[in-house]
Design a protein around this ligand. Structure first.
Ligand SMILES: NC(=O)c1ccc[n+]([C@@H]2O[C@H](COP(=O)([O-])OP(=O)(O)OC[C@H]3O[C@@H](n4cnc5c(N)ncnc54)[C@H](O)[C@@H]3O)[C@@H](O)[C@H]2O)c1
Ligand SMILES: O=C(O)C[C@H](O)C(=O)O
Ligand SMILES: [Mg+2]
Length: 594
């Protein structure tokens, strides 16, 4: 029998329970909870609290300081934190998420707060040496959370490929924390039931191993056999303790990202955000881009720069789309893709042993031609679309962008610099606009500022091709309909649904993704389509939603291919299932319950 000390964590404490020393707490509550005299005497409304929190945020000198402030606020007053995030999402998302979260991870061990109850537990840190004690670790966690707050969504990393920043070891914990904040903000997951996990399996990053303040275990990463055996123990423990938990694998190095997905995708409810989430979100943007490009889908020539989990994940999703939606035979669709990696165009006869995930797209029609870099590849392929998932900052130089513009005189060039954070982005929005005579169809992984075409009042908004548009609704849909697994067709339906969310105004302005301010609305639509698809293909397990979908079929219920449609009834119910922060002090501190 495992014993554990009972503490009250803030991340895991229900937002409906009184939080300590909240200035909005009514006198009756203060009296009943023996807090009289321990809080400043003014009893504030939320508007005043929000104004103070926003003022404090604005007064921070740097984005990292803002990140630290927001982390503190989340641990101190969950309800206020999410009110602030939701009312300033466009401004705050780049701080709690990409790009600032990247810097926060790099500094994680240095900025780690000295947590004490009630904000003591902010996730699970599982060292390699303790995987045999996983049940005890989980029991400790369970004992630390209020009853009823059993986790239903988890994001797990081992920190081995954080954004494009490489191996950050245990410091990668910032990513699961950041992703789960987006689950809550963008799709209304219950924050008290979200569990960030870092597998602290060592690091090959010499800088951290030598850093006296590094908080992870100080050893190199294990070999594959030990890695998979250890993750197996953790995932078995987790799924046994929390049956049906939705698992998002995040920022594992590419071989392990593919390896874990293959091992687990048919065994439990999981998905890999970098492979499937990125594939799904970029397909959505691509569907919109080819409608505007001026040449038909089957004539696209797509050049990928970077052939890791993200590049290959996106390309496979695009192949599926061309096959399913445009009736192009798979071999022909595959032949529309070329990949450049650090050694040039990937060909079957390049003379090196290709990693497994690169083999499918290796060209066999190149004869003796080998292109050693992007410049050569551009002349050889003459692409209509250039997709960057390479982690190489400024890989899309002025020369490359200018050439893309020249090659695509008859149609608009599609240029997606998708690497994160902005210090790894292949180019900026401004550069892509300037060097293509403002003709580019653009999406980037990290948000870039709008660009006003010089000498005009014409301001263009860049699309953010980031998986944040899809993992939150996938998680919400999964929580509600409880599918046995996440299938390719469910991911496909998500892409279609996301591409359908664009407003007439966004389409008219040539935008490829909905504005982030609308993300709650678009998440609900995407989650509704996900739910319909899960019911349609028989993976759904929740009888309530199965009945509801059957009583309210989507417009396309008879269509063979997932098309991302949904019924109004499901959309309405999804919206009402979303968690929102309490709207008034009365709701947060109901005196009747004292
Ligand atoms: N926008 C999004 O939503 C999103 C989602 C997932 C990943 N990403 C980003 O994609 C990037 C790659 O992630 P990954 O998991 O595929 O990583 P990875 O390290 O496995 O892949 C990087 C690829 O780039 C290639 N490369 C390295 N140097 C190159 C060069 N000079 N020229 C051409 N190619 C080169 C490598 O050979 C490798 O194939 C990261 O920056 C990550 O943040 C973005
Ligand atoms: O985290 C992000 O912003 C997107 C993506 O998952 C990445 O790894 O870059
Ligand atoms: Mg990622």
């Amino acid at each position: 029998m495992v014993t554990a000390v009972k503490i009250t964590p803030t991340l895991a404490s229900p937002a409906s329970k009184p939080q300590s020393l909240d200035t909005a707490m009514p006198y009756e509550t203060r009296t009943a909870l023996h807090l009289k005299g321990l809080v400043p005497s003014a009893v504030e409304n939320f508007a005043a609290q929000d104004a103070r929190a926003y003022e404090q945020l604005k007064n921070k000198g740097s984005d990292l300081e803002k990140y630290i402030f927001l982390s503190w606020l989340r641990n101190t007053n969950l309800n206020l934190f999410y009110r602030l995030v939701l009312s300033h999402l466009k401004e705050i998302a780049p701080i709690i998420y990409t790009p600032t979260v990247g810097q926060a991870c790099q500094e994680f061990s240095h900025i780690y707060p000295f947590l004490a109850p009630p904000s003591a537990v902010d996730g699970l840190y599982i060292p390699l040496s303790e995987v045999d004690s996983i049940d005890e670790i989980i029991e400790n966690y369970r004992a630390s959370i209020p009853a009823g707050c059993v986790p239903e969504t988890t994001v797990i990393t081992d920190g081995s490929r954080i954004l494009g920043l490489g191996d950050l070891g245990m410091n990668g914990m910032g990513i699961p924390v950041g992703k789960l904040q987006l689950y809550v903000a963008a799709a209304g997951l219950d924050p008290t039931r979200c569990l960030p996990i870092v597998l602290d399996f060592g690091t090959d990053n010499a800088k951290y191993l030598e850093d006296p303040l590094y908080l992870g275990i100080r050893q190199k990463r294990p070999a594959d056999e030990e890695f998979y055996a250890a993750t197996e123990k953790v995932l078995n423990g987790l799924t046994a303790a929390f049956p049906g938990i939705f698992i998002q694998f995040e920022d594992f190095n590419t071989p392990h990202a593919f390896g874990l997905l293959e091992k687990w995708r048919h065994r439990t409810l999981c998905f890999n955000d970098d492979i499937q989430g990125t594939g799904s979100v970029i397909l959505a943007g691509f569907i919109s881009a080819i409608k505007l490009a001026g040449i038909p889908a089957q004539d696209q020539r797509i050049l990928f720069v970077g052939a890791g989990s993200a590049g290959v994940g996106v390309a496979k999703q695009l192949v599926d789309y061309l096959v399913i939606e445009h009736n192009i035979p798979e071999e022909q669709a595959k032949a529309m893709f070329w990949f450049v990696d650090s050694r040039g165009i990937i060909t079957a006869n390049r003379g090196d042993t290709l990693a497994d995930h690169k083999v499918y797209f290796a060209r066999e029609d190149n004869g003796s031609t080998q292109c050693k870099d992007l410049g050569e590849a551009l002349e050889y392929v003459k692409p209509t679309a250039l997709i960057g998932l390479s982690t190489i900052y400024k890989a899309f130089s002025e020369k490359i962008l200018t050439r893309m513009n020249e090659i695509n005189r008859q149609a608009r060039p599609i240029i997606f610099p998708l690497s994160n954070p902005q210090t790894k982005a292949e180019c900026t929005f401004e550069e892509a606009m300037r060097f293509t005579d403002n003709r580019v169809l653009f999406a980037s992984g990290t948000a870039f500022p709008s660009y006003t075409i010089p000498g005009t009042n014409d301001t263009r908004v860049p699309g953010q091709g980031n998986n944040m548009y899809v993992f939150p609704p996938i998680g919400l849909g999964a929580k509600l309909v409880r599918p046995t697994k996440i299938t390719d067709s469910m991911i496909f339906a998500v892409s279609k649904a996301l591409s359908n969310t664009l407003s007439d105004e966004e389409i008219a302005r040539g935008e490829l993704y909905p504005r982030i301010e609308r993300i709650r609305e678009t998440s609900a639509q995407v989650a509704a389509a996900f739910i319909h698809q899960a019911v349609r293909e028989g993976t759904a397990q929740d009888q309530h939603w199965i009945d509801l979908v059957q009583a309210n079929p989507a417009q396309s219920a008879t269509s063979e291919t997932p098309d991302g449609t949904y019924s109004q009834a499901i959309l309405d119910e999804v919206k009402s299932a979303m968690w929102t922060p309490a709207e008034s002090a009365q709701q947060l501190f109901p005196t009747t319950k004292l």
